[in-house]
Design a protein around this ligand. Sequence first.
Ligand code: ADP
Ligand code: MG
Ligand code: ZN
Length: 617
Amino acid sequence: MKEIKSPQKNWMYFALIAAVVIMLLNIFLFPNLMSPQVQEVPYSTFLEMLARGEVGEVSQDDAQITFSDRSLEKNYYKTGPMDDPELINRLSEAGVAFSKPIVTPASPMISFLLSWIIPIGFFVLIGRLLSRQMSKAGGMNAMQLGKSNAKIYIESQTGVTFSDVAGQEEAKEALQEVVDFLHNPGKYTEVGAVMPKGVLLVGPPGTGKTLLAKAVAGEAEVPFFSISGSEFVEMFVGMGAAKVRDLFKQAYEKAPCIVFIDEIDTIGKRRDNPSGFGGNDEREQTLNQLLSEMDGFDGRKGVMILAATNRPDILDPALTRPGRFDRRIPVELPDLSGRIAILKVHAKKVKMDSRVDLSRIARAAAGASGADLANMINEAALRAVRGGRKVVTQEDLEESIEVVIAGYQKKDRVLSDKEKKIVAYHEVGHAIVAALVGGSAPVHKITIIPRTSGALGYTMQVDEEERFLRTREEIENKITTFAGGRAAEELVFDTVTTGAANDIEQATKLARAMITRFGMAEEFGMVALERETDQYLGGNMVGNCSSETQGRIDRLTVEIVNKQYKRAYQLLEENQRELHSIAQVLYEKETITGDEFMALLSAPRRLDPGEQAGITE
Ligand code: ADP
Ligand code: MG
Ligand code: ZN
């Protein structure tokens, strides 16, 4: 993208001036640096040297005697003058050249110039330059306060286009319409259509919201202002609002144009202030300014406001009402075909082995965002280089999925024999239960190589196809699968370890959601007992019921999890022989593939596709 304006340049002047000043100071304060070294000696030494015939030239003024020796490099010495009437005789006796420097009295004109005019002129010049900087800063204050530092982009040359964004077809379509509106407003106004003032891109992190905005900048042949919400947050009250004002002033001058505010939630948070205690006045003022600017201009002028956020739930309702950000474009996590498309876009940037099957990778990477997928391709390329290969292979890609999901292999973590055995049984417990309960995704890989994420091993399940709905039985089976790890530990070692912490968390979350959100508990039926906030950032549950009901939910959650744990335990008990033999193989090989596992289990592979893919630690 071509950037027109860069406010940073001014600092170059300051740096230059500072350098010159320092140089001048050096010359004035340390003249010795510039002239030969002069050594100070006592008068007696001078006389001794003179007697020995070592003195070269001598010159005397009122303040000092300066003389040189007769050595090759000609060292200089100085000494204070003494009231010594003999000196001239001695000097001529020794045949030394001596003189007194001729002092021409400086004309009063020149000395006045040197001591007054030049220094004053110098300071006036600096003052001028400084004040020029200040007035450039908008007259607010010395340091460019209140100036929006939005970058202006126009028509990109090397920039991003819509073809770089994969798998977000709806979002691209909606944005293309906006771009079209800016190019051919007549086509729309003829029918009486009014351009939406603001478009809000909402979705989880890493799904390509910023990328989409950049693509709009690349495609729309109009000026594009880009600024991040956090850039409005200033140290001084009122500065954020001033920046908003300045941004819109610039936008008007350049209309038709697009203004993009990334991470708008930083300034667009709901204004309610429960603490009632000062609060964030600055943010509120900035938001108010933004709201009034959006009301102030009329859409026909052609200023289009684009914003992105992953916290739509905390935005102030005033921002999202019609007439402001009235169009909301969801940018969700990609589905299977979207993931394949994204992998293809990024695969173009690296050299791929021709046998690579990207759809297999996409299937294994369920739940990954566009940023995760881009990261996977890059990790695979790095791994290929590490292995001394010229192209990225399927194996590189498969490993990179695990790196992105579970972290790097932690080679220096050495498990004791006993621990390794427990982890092996734990993972095989998950895998066997998953295979037996049915309706669960086939096991893809089991490993007991520790990962930097802290997992000591995991079981990876990959679905044949993508699932969007889950039945109650499938969720129950999933909980049983989570319980399988600990059940195996208890069955074989008669004790339990801390290794199941993650399983317990996940199982509890699922069981609770069955009751509070999916309406799968008879006792409550179709009543929402919890509300999800923050859905794009992991999700937080907010209770929506009495504390008495809370107690019942807790009891019911325990019941569900315990029931599934018993079931897992029973399944493993019935298949103890397989549990032991497969755990032994895993212990020795550390990693076994899904096919190897199924062969060892010698159970008929269930064909009904079930659960979403995922990993169980
Ligand atoms: P967001 O702003 O939604 O958090 P970004 O737009 O910053 O996410 O995406 C980060 C990176 O992830 C992009 O630079 C791009 O490399 C990759 N990416 C994300 N989504 C997509 C997509 N749909 N198509 C291609 N690349 C994507
Ligand atoms: Mg972003
Ligand atoms: Zn586990």
